[in-house]
Design a protein around this ligand. Structure first.
Ligand SMILES: [Mg+2]
Length: 127
């Protein structure tokens, strides 16, 4: 493991090792496309849960615990892809987080189009 990986992400490395053992035991022939579809399936479950929560449908089924479970499932599949490619999930995440943190969104922000804006402030035809 790289020396530059933050201590907390070394736990991810340990989790990756455990998932690798589990994956080789139960899904030794899994192909990458299956793992990628697993990510999509679990992301769909996350979206479904958030949508149902927003609409107040079956709160006993669609709740914060289910959101948490879906997020975890997505991450497990993502780690599985990293395992197959021989990548360290901590390094992958660390590299991407550093890139994201460098982005200056406020300088290029278009009102009404950013995450968190609830009402578009521009209409079609507005300049
Ligand atoms: Mg699931």
């Amino acid at each position: 493991m790289s020396e530059c990986i933050p201590e907390t992400w070394k736990e991810l490395h340990d989790l990756q090792g455990r998932i690798a053992q589990w994956q080789s035991q139960y899904f030794p022939a899994a192909e990458e496309w299956e793992l990628v579809l697993g990510v999509c399936e679990e992301a769909g479950e996350l979206a479904q849960c958030v949508l149902k929560m927003k609409r107040g449908i079956h709160p006993e089924r669609y709740n914060a615990e289910r959101v948490k479970d879906s997020i975890g499932d997505v991450i497990v599949f993502l780690i599985g892809i990293c395992i197959q490619r021989g990548w360290n999930i901590g390094e992958v995440l660390s590299d991407t987080v550093e890139e994201v943190l460098e982005r200056q969104f406020h300088e290029r922000r278009i009102p009404g189009l950013a995450i968190g804006d609830t009402k578009p402030s521009l209409k079609v035809g507005d300049q």
